[in-house]
Design a protein around this ligand. Sequence first.
Ligand SMILES: Nc1ncnc2c1ncn2[C@@H]1O[C@H](COP(=O)(O)OP(=O)(O)OP(=O)(O)O)[C@@H](O)[C@H]1O
Ligand SMILES: [Mg+2]
Length: 333
Amino acid sequence: MFTREEALERVEGARSPADLFGPFDAARTKEAHRLVRALALVLHPDRVGADDSRAHAASAKVSQFHRMWPHSDQVVMRTARSAYPIAGRHAVGSVANVYRTDGPQVVKVVRAAALNPLLHAEWDALRRLGRLTDQHPWLRPYYPRLVDESGDVGRGERAFTVLEALLDGFVTLADVRRAFPGGLDGRDYAWMHRRLLRAVAGAHRIGLVHGAIVAENVLVHPERHGIVLAGWTFAVTEGERLLATDKTICYPPEVRDGHPVTSATDVHMAHTLMLDLLADNEHRQRTFALGCTQDNPARRPDAVDLLTEYDELLEELYGERTFRPFALPRTGA
Ligand SMILES: Nc1ncnc2c1ncn2[C@@H]1O[C@H](COP(=O)(O)OP(=O)(O)OP(=O)(O)O)[C@@H](O)[C@H]1O
Ligand SMILES: [Mg+2]
């Protein structure tokens, strides 16, 4: 029960129906009703004097917000374990939209129920990566973390994944490419590629092929030199065919031709990305990348060997490794 002052404070301070009742959730309508009744006990015109305009206004506001509440655009994604109020769209991916929540998670929702199997494949890949990083904690920063998932959903409903949010300070490699239209200095791309190779080599330890290593799927933390390989919906076990392909990816030949993929597929994709990101005059690094994008998968080096080979090239080019600060240029906005 509220005192008059408490009730007024609560109602006058609410800027939206969700402020007063919480995010809209059909399972909480009884709770909302109880709150409306409790507030009415001290604010309703029948209870207060005819000249108590403050209470009248507050009472009208409660009724209005209560009517608006189911139509407010606050959505809550529920799983067996928890509920995640959605706070706004963060990004549009190739098969899903990614939403911010009120907490330290994002929710990735497929855009059509027909794509649910792709999310199931990603859960499987992320679980396998989770077990890998439990064994090798140094690999943990390179992969997204699965927090929760929709589980089985009804016919026609869309599956979703709850992931640890990588928001503060993160951009995608696609943002980086847009920010440096002339291509990157080889010394900047060096740390990104070293880390990307680690992510790829780590997955290959457990026979997992990512299958869509493109700029949108590589999250970059410029300040901390962080790299996370995201977007695992196309991932399969080595030797399988990709479940689907991102329509924008028509390479390497084994993907284009619908043949089984291997870790060599990821090696090709990671180095196609490298050629795309590096400045034209980074001849030595570009030659290195070309060796990894040969049509015949058997001729491409293994990701694990590439870790050493790339480090050797970097040492030859730049000498001892030093931390080189990197930032995206500020836009005029
Ligand atoms: N954990 C995360 N935290 C913050 N942003 C993320 C996270 N995961 C993905 N994103 C952002 O959302 C975009 C879309 O995510 P993602 O690539 O996982 O979905 P998709 O492209 O629909 O599926 P996929 O790449 O697996 O086929 C990414 O490009 C990235 O900008
Ligand atoms: Mg993606």
